[in-house]
Write a new protein. Structure first.
Lengths: 126, 137, 108
């Protein structure tokens, strides 16, 4: 069974969890034998942007020592053989230039999302 | 009775914050009444749904005492859904994501819920007739 | 040809993402799939006949069956005669029917 993971909600609890929990669960399920593609859409296209830096937070004397590395985690998905797509228009709408994105991501047009859904047995939208 | 099916739901929302958890329970209720087998992977805040430490309260704004208010407690809904499924020949296998339980301190889950991992969710999905993910925002 | 159940729980006044989801429903239908768009929770706020954003009418015109959860409609005081002609009220059981019948089910 091949599943398309669509990630749309972005930066929801990424500081507290020190990652994106859907990128994370995809890693975990891949490790358990799952077969996935990932589509970043909406605000989640920003996960592919280089030079994101959430470091340096402190709450009183409590320092966050492991800030999230969202682009790095997305990159690790591609290292694991997962195709990671992003919606071209969603990036353009947000002024995200192609050159500011990490390597290894595949742009697709909004009109092509239907075809991508057809290529998968199930579609899980987060 | 409808043909027996096995459905998997992945949920993420805790109680009392938005309508997604209620709609998820409504779907489970329909499936339970049909006698389906229902798998639930409770991820993130959803691990707070089965907490037995939830307690009801009166509501002065409503003008109701604790009995009259009869405030919903999701852990009781889960227990009732489990009973409904069983009464109709099905069952609910509820798995709380273990790391989500740890970080939230949500250890006291209603009987019938168990601790698990994303691997359990993948196993559920592979062995179900269908899977519905109800994400949070 | 596949069967799809697209569940929309949000209204188009909430986010532009809802319009994109409606478009996905239309595009799936244009690709030859059998598509149902099921509105639930605040998603039914797009179902009134007088709504200024005619998203669901456009989706229905593209061949998608558009349904709205009866309970969500009642919860929001949207009576049957106030619904857009493109939308039919339906019980939530329809979602479980689709799941049981193997439709690709997507929640937004």
């Amino acid at each position: 069974m091949k599943v398309l993971q669509i990630i749309e909600t972005a930066y929801r609890a990424t500081i507290e969890e020190q990652d994106d929990t859907i990128v994370w669960v995809t890693h975990a399920m891949k490790g358990a034998g799952g077969d996935f593609s990932v589509l970043l859409r909406g605000n989640a296209v920003n996960y592919g942007v280089k030079d994101q830096d959430a470091s340096g937070l402190a709450f009183g004397a409590e320092l966050q020592t492991q800030p999230p590395d969202l682009a790095g985690d997305v990159s690790k998905l591609t290292d694991k053989g997962i195709d990671v797509f992003y919606v071209r228009e969603d990036a353009e709408d947000r002024g995200i230039e192609v050159g500011s994105l990490i390597d290894g991501l595949h742009p697709i047009g909004r009109a092509d999302i239907a075809g991508l859904c057809d290529k998968h047995d199930q579609v899980w939208h987060w | 009775m409808a043909d027996k099916k096995t459905l998997t739901f992945a949920i993420m929302d805790g109680p009392y914050e938005n309508p997604r958890s209620t709609t998820a329970f409504r779907l489970m209720d329909i499936a339970a009444r049909r006698g389906y087998n229902i798998n639930v992977f409770a991820y993130e805040g959803a691990v707070n749904l089965p907490l037995t430490t939830q307690t009801p309260h009166a509501n002065a704004v409503h003008g109701r005492d604790v009995d009259e208010e009869n405030h919903p407690l999701p852990h009781k809904w889960i227990k009732a859904l489990m009973a409904e499924a069983k009464n109709n020949g099905g069952e609910i296998d509820w798995v709380n994501c273990g790391l989500c339980v740890d970080e939230r301190g949500a250890h006291e889950a209603v009987e019938g819920c168990r601790r698990g991992t994303p691997g359990d969710f993948w196993g559920f999905a592979e062995n179900s007739d269908n899977t519905l993910v109800i994400p949070t925002r | 040809m596949s069967k799809y159940l697209l569940i929309e729980s949000r209204d188009p006044f909430d986010s532009n993402d809802v319009a994109n989801y409606y478009d996905l429903a239309s595009n799936l239908a244009a690709a030859g799939n059998q598509v149902t768009l099921f509105l639930v929770q605040n998603g039914v706020l797009a179902a009134r006949s007088g709504v200024k954003v005619n998203g669901v009418d456009v989706v229905a015109a593209s061949g998608v069956e558009v349904l709205a959860d009866e309970f969500s409609l009642r919860e929001r005081g949207i009576a049957g005669d106030k619904l857009s002609k493109s939308v039919n009220a339906a019980p939530l059981d329809v979602v479980v029917d689709h799941l049981a019948n193997g439709s690709k089910a997507i929640w937004h």
